[in-house]
Design a protein around this ligand. Structure first.
Ligand code: SF4
Length: 216
């Protein structure tokens, strides 16, 4: 285990504080949010989710019932709304055909089984599946995103071309299997990436600029 991962985590937590992820009042809201957030800013996702809430559509049976076209209209603010409506419908089709629309039943599956099932849904890739597993169902899995790759390759822990499973493995083997820690660490990485480790890094003001946070 590389203690530097915990050092990085502690440093970020001290600097930024708890991030309060994932915003969402129910398992279903978190799942819908995880699909809607693909390639868009969170503010746009919130608008789409509020549309669904205002029209009492944010439950599996309601969304399963409405047409894909109507769904696309309600989620328009999230961008790529036709594609995302299809993805949400794909997820609902899976949920109702294999699990009677019951999210609690789905959540009782073992992590590896549920992950495999989620990945069979067209439009749910590893990052979305892992976000659902961690944030909606509280399963201990580390979510990897573009910021994770950028930050940890700049700090020489991985190559820029490392695959998703390679990066995930690095975190899973160097951190305790703790849902709370995985939850917070990913959120802190996103905050760091958005505010400091941008395309042009702002190392001068970044909390991870000291040598101790780089692989020797
Ligand atoms: S901005 Fe610089 S110091 Fe901060 S995470 Fe990125 S590469 Fe590291």
């Amino acid at each position: 285990m590389e203690p530097v991962f915990i050092k990085i985590y502690d440093r970020l937590l001290k600097e930024f504080g708890p991030q309060g992820w994932w915003p969402g009042e129910s398992i279903f809201e978190i799942i819908i949010g995880a699909i809607l957030t693909q390639n868009t800013a969170w503010g746009n996702v919130e608008k789409a989710i509020n549309n669904l809430k205002q029209h009492n559509l944010l439950t599996p049976p309601e969304l399963h019932q409405i047409s894909e076209k109507s769904l696309a209209r309600w989620i328009r603010p999230a961008g790529y709304f036709n594609i995302k409506a299809t993805r949400i419908k794909n997820f609902l089709q899976f949920l109702f055909s294999q699990h009677q629309g019951d999210l609690l039943q789905l959540g009782e599956l073992k992590l590896s089984v549920l992950r495999e099932k989620l990945l069979t849904v067209n439009g749910i890739g590893p990052e979305t599946a892992d976000s659902i597993l961690l944030y909606a169902f509280g399963k201990p899995i580390f979510v990897v995103d573009a910021y994770t790759r950028r930050i940890f390759s700049r700090h020489k822990f991985i190559s820029e071309k490392a695959s998703y499973p390679e990066i995930q493995q690095l975190f899973m083997t160097n951190l305790p299997q703790d849902v709370g820690l995985f939850n917070e660490f990913h959120a802190l990485i996103v905050h760091l990436g958005k505010n400091f480790c941008q395309r042009k890094p702002r190392c001068g003001k970044c909390p991870l600029s000291a040598r101790v946070y780089f692989r020797p």
